[in-house]
Design a protein around this ligand. Structure first.
Ligand SMILES: *[C@@H]1O[C@H](CO)[C@@H](O)[C@H](O)[C@H]1NC(C)=O
Ligand SMILES: *[C@@H]1O[C@H](CO)[C@@H](O)[C@H](O)[C@H]1NC(C)=O
Ligand SMILES: *[C@@H]1O[C@H](CO)[C@@H](O)[C@H](O)[C@H]1NC(C)=O
Ligand SMILES: *[C@@H]1O[C@H](CO)[C@@H](O)[C@H](O)[C@H]1NC(C)=O
Ligand SMILES: *[C@@H]1O[C@H](CO)[C@@H](O)[C@H](O)[C@H]1NC(C)=O
Ligand SMILES: *[C@@H]1O[C@H](CO)[C@@H](O)[C@H](O)[C@H]1NC(C)=O
Ligand SMILES: *[C@@H]1O[C@H](CO)[C@@H](O)[C@H](O)[C@H]1NC(C)=O
Ligand SMILES: *[C@@H]1O[C@H](CO)[C@@H](O)[C@H](O)[C@H]1NC(C)=O
Length: 754
């Protein structure tokens, strides 16, 4: 059985296909000039453009002229003579009249400086002898859309080697395709390419037969050809067509073979395009030698091949499925290299669905660029990509590799592993839902990773695996929150740029606080930061700003505030009773909240503390485990910083400095002081001094009572505080000390007092 992957098509005998389509485009000479101008002419982009008339005089600075809707029969050997016509370098004649017509001989001889001539006339049928005479400087001839043109007539004119001796570019798109001319791409056609033609476009032509054999015998034909466009061409009589055997087009760099099986009915077309043969399961243990003759030889020096939509419209094509194919290889003969210059391959829109094939092809190792977009591709066997050692650029846009991720994640993770030269990869619109670790671990040179329009929910720090990355595109995914650890990791490589607009970020609750904070921290990193929007609790899309952060932080306190509100209902009712107006109460509440926002902002930006702990060393263990640890955590969460917000002497004082100065320094930077009152506290002179400093600095002091305390044993100062201020109580339940409120509420009060 013959199994070939798409690239191997070009090794096939007959590549051109019979098709039978009719031209139904409707050109209409209905364009009229927009501005008012003499003789229906105007300057459009440096080109003097006239409609339905040919000016005798051209403006002094014009060198480019377009004549629209001109009947070719009205052009004589005097039309383009004098009046500035001799200066013209570019001339385009456009006409879609219905009557058959002719261009007469000698009409362009006055255009001494013409380098580009475009004749796009649907109804042009014949060219008189001598029509292209005198155009020695012409380098571009474009006869696109001359559907009715008698091709043999054109070949006759070009058979005179003195005509257009400097031709570089010949465009014949659709030329002679309407009438059933006996178009043969044989000796007479190839002789045109004795001229220094670099670019040849015969796309959409309908050809009776082709014969390339003359290329073997005369290698002056096509010697200069660099770009050859054969897309959508069709051949009627393949049995009478012949390829060359030993010739290589020495300068050919790019060939376009797109759609060459368009609606094809030939054997090859059936093989590639028929629903029966497009599914190819279960091939094992096959080794084929690819010979360097025929088409492969002809294209030996090509570096770019276009093979888009090989079987016409992908929509109507059944999917190409290679399944369970193992141990299949294609290699060149010993010592021969086949297509060793091939660097770029386009295979777009071919409806290639499954490539579960362990195929090794030894002649593709020079490939640097592959475009496999828009195939609906659901699976690629990792072995296939191993063939492309040198690949730098891989485009897999608009496929369904998310399916592969679902079905065989281990192979998905290994898929790109072998591409150690890869620099750019496009995986947009693939339904990918995450980036599993190690997916790009082998791509140490990767600089661009495009994952736009997938379903990724988590931003991971791929930089760990790909430190070379410069552009990461995650636009239009499903990211809702951003982890601060990811941002920390990404910011380590300052030159990386992340695009992430169009994600459904949320900023609804206190729990989204750190996500928004991370985003703000990553502002310099996010290329499209200004486009970022997140959804608030009221389902409004807002920009990510520090104000948003503040309001979220506020939401974090609200949890606490609600708890406090219940507790203060009694106070509220009595406040009413004593005649305090509701408005005043609300204002007070507002002031408290404003103060809290200010305090939190200061803590967030500065290096101060929320709390200074005053306690006796006998309570060390209790304070550290039962008070400082939970308090510090709660404060850190509310304020949104990682550093400690509780000052404990032993940890914050600088070694070797005066102890009082250190107390002073730390107290000054704290919002409140908490005094832990226990049995042991009464005997601590040191604690008294700390308390004094707190008083001097006018810091609010809060008592924390540990267990049953006899307040009368303490200083007057503490007794006063005990009587007037709220206290934090730890009471014994059984023999365990339990906090009589929540740390959230405590934090809230601390932050409101600062
Ligand atoms: C003029 O040229 C510009 C850029 O080359 C192009 O975008 C524009 O469409 C042209 N205008 C016309 C009327 O052809
Ligand atoms: C040519 O001259 C006309 C007027 O004489 C002027 O409007 C036009 O901009 C000029 N074009 C160029 C390319 O200089
Ligand atoms: C144009 O053609 C006519 C004959 O058709 C000829 O008499 C005349 O000399 C030609 N003019 C030029 C400038 O070649
Ligand atoms: C070709 O162009 C050059 C300058 O661009 C000019 O000197 C020469 O006369 C032109 N040749 C012909 C045959 O007009
Ligand atoms: C070949 O010609 C077609 C039009 O017939 C065009 O769309 C395509 O871009 C051309 N290919 C290249 C490589 O220029
Ligand atoms: C692979 O196929 C070749 C035949 O092409 C066979 O000789 C070889 O044993 C096969 N290898 C394995 C591992 O099956
Ligand atoms: C390649 O050439 C060898 C002989 O050199 C021949 O046996 C083989 O069939 C050829 N392969 C193809 C695909 O034409
Ligand atoms: C994934 O592919 C590997 C290799 O082809 C195979 O061994 C494995 O069984 C596959 N796993 C699943 C879940 O299909």
């Amino acid at each position: 059985m013959k199994l070939l992957i798409y690239l191997v098509i070009i090794f096939h005998e007959n590549m051109l296909v019979f098709i039978c389509a009719s031209n139904e485009e409707n050109y209409l000479c209905s364009k009229t000039p927009t501005g008012s101008s003499n003789n229906n002419c105007e300057n459009v982009n440096d080109t003097y453009t006239c409609y339905e008339n040919i000016p005798a005089e051209l403006p002094p600075n014009s060198t480019r002229v377009e004549l629209h809707c001109i009947d070719p029969m009205s052009i004589t050997n005097e039309t383009f003579r004098g009046g500035g016509w001799e200066r013209i370098t570019y001339l385009r004649l456009f006409w879609n009249g219905q009557s058959s017509n002719t261009l007469s001989g000698g009409i362009f001889t006055g255009l001494k400086h013409l380098t580009a001539l475009h004749i796009n006339m649907v109804s042009l049928e014949t060219l008189d002898k001598g029509v292209l005479d005198g155009l020695t400087n012409l380098t571009i001839l474009n006869l696109d859309d001359c559907w009715q043109l008698n091709f043999n007539n054109f070949l006759d004119i070009m058979s005179n080697e003195d005509v257009l001796p400097n031709l570089h570019s010949l465009a014949l798109r659709k030329t002679s395709s309407n009438n059933n001319y006996n178009v043969i791409l044989g000796d007479r056609f190839w002789k045109i390419l004795k001229r220094p033609v670099k670019s040849l476009d015969i796309s959409e032509m309908k050809v009776n037969a082709y014969d390339f054999r003359i290329l073997d015998t005369d290698d002056s034909f096509g010697r200069t050809l660099e770009i050859f466009n054969l897309s959508r061409i069709s051949t009627f009589n393949v049995l009478n067509s012949f390829r060359s055997e030993t010739r290589a087009l020495q300068n050919l760099k790019a060939i376009d073979l797109s759609r060459i099986f368009n609606e094809g009915q030939r054997r090859d077309a059936l093989f590639w395009c028929s629903p029966v043969t497009r599914s190819r399961p279960n091939v094992h243990d096959m080794r084929s030698i690819v010979n360097n003759t025929g088409w492969t030889k002809l294209l030996e020096n090509v570096d770019t091949i276009y093979m888009d939509q090989m079987c016409g419209d992908a929509e109507t094509l059944s999917p190409l499925i290679f399944q369970h194919i193992k141990n299949v290889s294609y290699c060149s003969e010993e010592g021969e290299s086949v297509m060793s210059n091939l660097k770029q391959l386009y295979l777009r829109k071919n409806n290639i669905r499954v490539l579960d094939a362990e195929v090794r092809i030894d002649m593709l190792s020079s490939m640097e660029f592959i475009d496999f977009s828009e195939n609906g591709l659901e699976y690629i066997h990792p072995v296939i990509l191993k063939n492309f050692h040198s690949l730098k650029h891989l485009k897999l846009s608009n496929n369904r590799l998310g399916q592969m991720q679902l079905r065989n994640e281990s192979n998905f993770v290994r898929l790109f592993r072998s591409l150690s030269y890869l620099e750019h990869i496009k995986l947009d619109n693939n339904g990918i839902y995450s980036i599993p670790p190690l997916t790009f671990a082998g791509n140490t040179r990767l600089t661009t990773l495009d994952l736009e329009s997938n379903m990724i929910t988590v931003l991971t720090c791929v930089l760990i695996e790909v430190p070379s990355l410069r552009h990461l595109n995650l636009r239009n995914n499903r990211l809702t929150i951003i982890q601060s650890s990811t941002i920390d990791c990404l910011t380590k490589i300052p030159s990386v740029e992340v695009a992430m607009g169009g994600n459904e970020l949320t900023c609804q609750k206190c729990s989204d606080y750190s996500s928004v904070q991370s985003l703000l921290k990553a502002k310099a990193l996010i290329a499209d930061f200004d486009e970022l929007r997140c959804e608030t609790q009221t389902h409004v899309q807002v920009k990510v700003t520090t104000d948003l952060l503040t309001s979220l932080r506020f939401d974090c306190y609200r949890t606490g505030i609600i708890g406090a509100t219940v507790a203060s209902t009694v106070a509220f009712v009595s406040a009413l009773c004593v005649g305090i107006s509701l408005r005043r109460y609300k204002r007070k509440l507002q002031q408290r909240e404003d103060r809290m926002v200010r305090v939190v902002a200061n803590l967030y930006q500065g290096n101060g503390f929320a709390v200074y702990m005053i306690y006796s060393s006998v309570d060390e263990v209790f304070v550290r485990s039962a008070v400082v640890a939970p308090l510090n955590e709660t404060l850190k969460h509310v304020v949104g910083v990682e550093r400690d917000l509780v000052c404990i002497g032993d940890e914050q004082f600088r070694v070797g400095w005066n102890i009082y100065r250190e107390i002073y320094r730390c107290m000054e930077r704290s919002n409140v002081a908490v005094v832990v009152i226990s049995e042991g506290f009464a005997n601590s002179v040191f604690c008294d001094q700390e308390l004094d400093i707190a008083m001097q600095l006018k810091k609010p002091v809060i008592l924390l009572l540990k267990g049953d305390v006899d307040i009368n044993q303490h200083s007057e100062h503490i007794q006063l505080l005990y009587r007037t201020n709220v206290r934090i109580l730890f009471e014994y339940e059984g023999n365990k000390l339990v906090l009589k409120t929540t740390w959230d509420k405590i934090c809230e009060s601390f932050l409101q007092m600062g």
